[in-house]
Design a protein around this ligand. Structure first.
Ligand code: THU
Length: 120
């Protein structure tokens, strides 16, 4: 979260993705003057993890500056479910407030790779 580049929203987010073998990959939101070119902390962590060789994940930890713990946005839920349909998610504020969800609860009836292999 401290390394987030968020000059437009002033809303810094950090994410840590724990792989099946216990490795931790971190990310932060990286905004852009062309606003849609920005990326969330969660997908930033996912990209770092996949680039680092991990594809199975057990836990996502989020830290944000919100008053209440924030869950990942819809786009990040979809990006995460591709690799970790049973992901556990814990979110903290800078005040230490904590919330927990499963990705399955946050994204019921996800679109998955199976849809592409069974369409013919
Ligand atoms: N953001 C995240 O990085 N993760 C979330 O879960 C919600 C939103 C970022 C995107 C943007 O840089 C800023 O927070 C405000 O939406």
């Amino acid at each position: 979260m401290e390394r987030a580049y968020a000059p437009y929203s002033q809303f810094r987010v950090g994410a840590a993705l724990v792989s099946a073998d216990g490795a931790v990959f971190t990310g932060c939101n990286v905004e852009n003057s062309a606003y849609p070119a920005g990326i969330c902390a969660e997908r930033s962590a996912l990209a770092a993890a996949v680039a680092g060789g991990a594809r199975e994940f057990s836990l996502l930890v989020i830290a944000s500056e919100a008053d209440d713990p924030t869950p990942p946005c819809g786009m990040c839920r979809q990006a995460l479910v591709e690799f970790a349909p049973r992901l556990a998610i814990v979110s903290y504020t800078k005040h230490g407030t904590e919330a927990e969800w499963s990705l399955a609860a946050l994204l019921p009836h996800p679109f998955t790779p199976a849809a592409l292999t069974h369409h013919q």
